[in-house]
Design a protein around this ligand. Structure first.
Ligand code: AMP
Length: 215
């Protein structure tokens, strides 16, 4: 199963991708998580990416296409993948189409997860993630006994630098300008399906699974 989860920051792509990954046993490929790991490791890539990410801008297409090429060619993606956060520009979508063609693979579906701008701003301002296990929480909906500790692993819960209000607005502008056109790209390719991403996690999972192969 080869799936892209598409949509604005904060719409729940990461949360749903992790659940689907566990259900279907195929990897969740989040370019944002990969970049954050590179920043934490202080690798060359991390040093290049950090300021761009903290400012809510996009890392260059060349770098992102190189990263995704390595991952999709690897053994772990042999049975499929759930892409989250890539492609984020039309040139990235083009590069992915070429890469998949070269590898003899095809996408099953691209799912656009839809929510209003107001909804995603509200969610991002209340989003915390665990610095150890990566689990995502929302202060609106998750009851956390100790707001600084992850209920799953005890790790420290932190607000992402790019979830601060000024940066969120920049990310939404970047999304509207550079990423939203990717939707049209996949509509033209006949691969795009849409779901309402407002509702409980279980409701959104059910809408998603209804669109996936072998659901
Ligand atoms: P995310 O966790 O998907 O919200 O990504 C966090 C940040 O990583 C983004 O705001 C970008 O700065 C960077 N990033 C992640 N994926 C991409 C991509 N496909 N193209 C460019 N930048 C990306």
């Amino acid at each position: 199963m080869r799936v892209i989860l598409f949509g604005p920051p904060g719409v729940g792509k990461g949360t749903q991708a992790k659940l689907l990954s566990a259900t279907y046993g195929i990897p969740h490929i989040s370019t944002g998580d990969m970049l954050r790991e590179a920043v934490a490791d202080e690798s060359e890539l991390g040093k290049k990416a950090q300021a761009v990410m903290d400012a809510g801008r996009l890392v260059s297409d060349d770098i992102m296409i190189g990263i995704i090429e390595n991952v999709l060619k690897s053994e772990r993606c042999r049975l499929g993948f759930i892409l989250d956060g890539f492609p984020r520009t039309v040139p990235q979508a083009d590069a992915l189409t070429l890469l998949l063609r070269k590898l003899g693979l095809r996408l099953d579906v691209v799912v656009s997860m839809e929510a209003s701008e107001q909804e995603v701003i509200g969610r991002l301002s209340k989003r915390l993630s665990c610095s150890q296990c990566g689990k995502i929480y929302n202060l609106n909906t998750d009851r956390l006994d100790t707001p600084s500790a992850c209920p799953t692993c005890g790790g420290e819960l932190i607000q992402r630098e790019d979830d601060k209000p000024e940066t969120v607005l920049r990310r939404l502008r970047v999304y509207a300008r550079s990423t939203a056109p990717v939707k049209e790209y996949y509509e033209k390719a006949g691969l795009m399906k849409t779901i309402n991403a407002v509702g409980s996690i279980d409701e959104v999972t059910a809408s998603l699974r209804a669109l996936l192969p072998h659901a």
